[in-house]
Write a protein that binds this ligand. Sequence first.
Ligand code: PNW
Length: 506
Amino acid sequence: MRCLLYIGLIIAGCNAQQKQERRFPDDFIFGTATASYQIEGGWNADGKGENIWDHMTHTKPHVIKDSSNGDMAADSYNNYERDVEMMRELGLDAYRFSLSWSRILPNGFSNHVNEAGVTFYDNYINEMIKYNITPMVTLYHWDLPQKLQDLGGFLNPLFPEWFEDYARVVFEKFGDRVKHWITFNEPREICYEGYGWSTKAPIVNATDIGTYYCAKYLVLAHANAYKAYVNDFKATQNGECGITISVNWFGPLTDSADDEYAAELKRQAEWEIYANPIFSEEGGFPKELSEIVAKKSLEQGYKKSRLPEFTDEEKKYIQGTSDFFGVNHYTGVYVSAEEYKSNHITPSLLSDIDVGTYTPPDWLASASSWLKLSPNSIYNSLTHLHNKYKNTKFYITENGWSSPPDSELVDDDRILYYRTALNSLLDAIEAGVDVKGYMAWSLMDNFEWMEGYTERFGLYHVNFDHPDRTRTPRKSAFVYKEILKTRVIDPNYEPDTLTMWIDEGH
Ligand code: PNW
């Protein structure tokens, strides 16, 4: 008995030690992420055209919580050297940022290229390359040229052509230095929130068809850009091209078959609707969701399904058009078939699936109503995706935590969130998921869309009252820096100073 106890203690000891020494692989890419409208400012500088966020915040300022806008934001248009200095301070391997379509093509179309806009991105990219920081570039992070929105935006069947034309300009201008391309950031937020609802520009609020039509043309646009890259650029430029989808974890509230099915429907409505056409073996929209929308549409008097199915030819065209799956992951919720339901406008995506969602009240809360610290949710999401879409390679392209604007530089909640998330990510890697990198959202505080400047996601605090938009590292910046350097998550690491420095070699 005693002998067994000793053996038990030794094994427990070894396990504890192993846990301590869990490392991220040396070639694992650590970075941070931002988006053009949220940081750049210079909204009409040097020939930039108007986009849907300029238009909405200028014509309907009340839709933004603090009536603010991104006219100046963190002024990265004038601060790009400081931005890259921060990347060096953190010791980043990579930096994910997005291009403003209307800074490059003011009217959205490729007949007129704004060279000053191209020069800005040339400078930003060159400054990163100078210090060995790998640029990861998103072509579209929500700032559609207003001219294209006037023509229907993502609901116009010509949208895939417009996007391909833009993508070709961008590959040609920057592809000699940029080797990691992301076509779209978060189709769900673009389609559901912007077209199917009114919680993002262009607040179209077409609850019946907005999400579904947008999903179809967005996925086709993605495939067009991917094929353009593969056919005409990849051989000489040697990069990769993928898409980023927001994948929060939706697990069943109980293990009943009804709750399992409800969770499956929720996943289909939230992210598989965009992922399945690209990554699945069967192609097209997810089966159960398609069936439900078709059935309800007919009952509601529509002549055909509100979800516009792909033709077989389109299905084939779209399948396999991504070199990686970019995952933006923030949180998780439980899904129930019967409980916690709300009344939804009918018809709409949410009334189509008609499920309830539940968040345990004891989960740590951030400054954003939707963002709670949910245990194991990165592991659950990644292993689920890995089992579903075999042989797919992943990047976490966003993950982060918000605090209120007046909070201190000592941000222990954010540190706890990052350590928990990164441990969950290590669990997924150990379970065999091929994850190549992780981008923290965000390098610095920025314009948080409808919430304006009332929610802060930055590793660096930005003083939005100061004309220079001064950036100051939070405690989490030092903790992240240490994780990047050591490749290990030490739960006890405490920085002994909050004064930043640049390590040799950066
Ligand atoms: C992302 N959700 O959006 C965006 O890519 C960023 O631009 C944004 O600033 C960041 O997350 C923080 O909000 C999301 O409800 C918005 O789960 C909402 C959700 C997820 C991502």
